[in-house]
Design a protein around this ligand. Structure first.
Ligand SMILES: [Fe+2]
Length: 166
């Protein structure tokens, strides 16, 4: 994980965690379970970590979402993510493989970018203005975690209210 503000780049994990905490964004890194190395389904490989996260933040479900340069309608799909938006649910992403960029607009301060790669977990709270893009590699596989059933519904207007979710 790497964080880029308009002024500096932060590579140190603890420094990134501390920076993000100011915006109620939670970041962590997960190791895969070596004992289950024959497992290929990310939801099984990271079962323990997912269950822990669900309990800690009161989440209900998880699924897997993957995009590559060969994904049908990738550009259309990305255009929905690239445009600044927010959700009424937290955006929780664990990167299984590949990489991506989350942009955060705190509204009262300058925007910054979080570069995520395999092993990175990011929890962007509901009502936080953000965007997402793939890197030039155009490849990511993520576990998504939700408060209710899996869904992706973006609101492109600025948030009218900030709800404390944790
Ligand atoms: Fe989003």
């Amino acid at each position: 994980m790497k964080l880029k503000t308009q002024l500096k780049t932060i590579n140190d994990k603890n420094e990134i965690i501390e920076f993000l905490a100011k915006y109620s964004i939670y970041a962590d890194s997960w190791q895969s379970e070596k004992v289950h190395s024959n497992l290929t389904d990310p939801l099984l490989v990271y079962k323990k970590q997912i269950e822990k996260l669900k309990t800690r933040f009161n989440y209900a479900s998880a699924d897997v979402c993957a995009m590559t340069k060969d994904t049908f309608n990738l550009d259309t799909m990305l255009s929905a993510f690239i445009k600044e938006h927010h959700h009424t649910d937290d955006e929780v992403r664990f990167v299984v493989s590949g990489e991506g960029i989350f942009g955060i607009n705190p509204l009262t301060e300058l925007s910054f970018e979080i570069y995520v790669e395999a092993g990175d977990l990011l929890l962007v709270p509901a009502y936080t203005q953000h965007w997402f893009n793939l890197t030039d590699k155009k490849n990511i596989c993520c576990i998504r975690v939700f408060k209710e059933n899996p869904k992706w519904e973006a609101i492109y207007e600025l948030p009218k209210r900030n709800i404390e979710v944790h």
